[in-house]
Design a protein around this ligand. Sequence first.
Ligand SMILES: Cc1cc2nc3c(=O)[nH]c(=O)nc-3n(C[C@H](O)[C@H](O)[C@H](O)COP(=O)(O)OP(=O)(O)OC[C@H]3O[C@@H](n4cnc5c(N)ncnc54)[C@H](O)[C@@H]3O)c2cc1C
Length: 310
Amino acid sequence: MDRFDVVVIGGGIIGLATARELRRRFPHASVAVLEKERAVAAHQTGHNSGVIHSGIYYPPGSLKARLCRAGSASMVEFCRERGVPVEVCGKLIVATEPAELPRLEKLLERGVANGLRVRRMAADEVREREPHVRALAAIDVPSTGIVDFRQVATALRASLEGDGVELRLGTEVRGFARADGAHLLHTSGGEVRAGYLVNCGGLHSDRLARAAGADPRLDKAISRLDRALRELAGRTGPEAQFAARRLAGMITVTLQAALLARHAAGPVADAFCASRLEPGALSGPGIPFGTLPGGLAIDDVLGRATPAHG
Ligand SMILES: Cc1cc2nc3c(=O)[nH]c(=O)nc-3n(C[C@H](O)[C@H](O)[C@H](O)COP(=O)(O)OP(=O)(O)OC[C@H]3O[C@@H](n4cnc5c(N)ncnc54)[C@H](O)[C@@H]3O)c2cc1C
């Protein structure tokens, strides 16, 4: 049976880029990418609109906004380094009806807050730049680009193969088991053992996660909780009390039990340690840690909790 320190499932742009980053950060780890199709980028990555987005639409300061800005710059850099044709042609976001003008202004403010070099264009300037476009006004977003993501994936594939990452095409992951602390993958090409698994299965990733024993809805709840906790960290006063009550409201019995079943590892555990919260912060309308409603003992709930995965 083949063994790898890390197995990435999915040869779309996310899986390939993840494998590349893993190789960069852990040069001595053995890394494999398993892809069920006979080519990379066979699904969303090879069938999208080819836009390198600027991040104008995302809330300023959000992870999406920051990642989109950093990602668009590094995508252009990667393409130029690897000889993949890329064009930073810019984009116009247009208002064609008077009712759209206030929304356009808001978007412009958002772009500025996101640190983009955006500017407003009047109707005649739009016509001059794009003679076939009729608009009342527009936002010029110069950092938007276009690229063929299939070619990007092909360049990523070459980079991985050159760096000793094993890429197995035509290899579908069909089932999961655990053995001696490792993951055992049942694939169309035989069994593969992995120390760590990274699920980059695109539109199949929720099914893969469930098959591996995870509960994606629970994971979503955990990440929301984690985000709320980060928002709260270091804050004091009434605003912090409000945020703390919101946080407490998110801690449901199921979530609490499932977290306990996973030994409440990582930053989420902090929510329960309450060490970063003011005393009494969790005594809002939610369920404070350790006191379960209806006289349930924690062990009772643990017995019914989602089994631990990983
Ligand atoms: C119509 C459309 C237009 C879009 N336009 C843009 C755009 O212009 N710009 C932009 O930035 N984004 C765009 N997107 C979004 C972007 O394409 C996706 O976010 C991105 O491609 C997702 O990449 P991925 O690697 O997660 O998924 P995918 O490219 O879908 O890759 C997932 C891979 O996992 C493999 N896989 C699944 N299950 C298994 C299994 N059991 N075993 C082995 N392999 C498995 C699949 O075969 C697939 O190759 C668009 C999306 C769509 C649908």
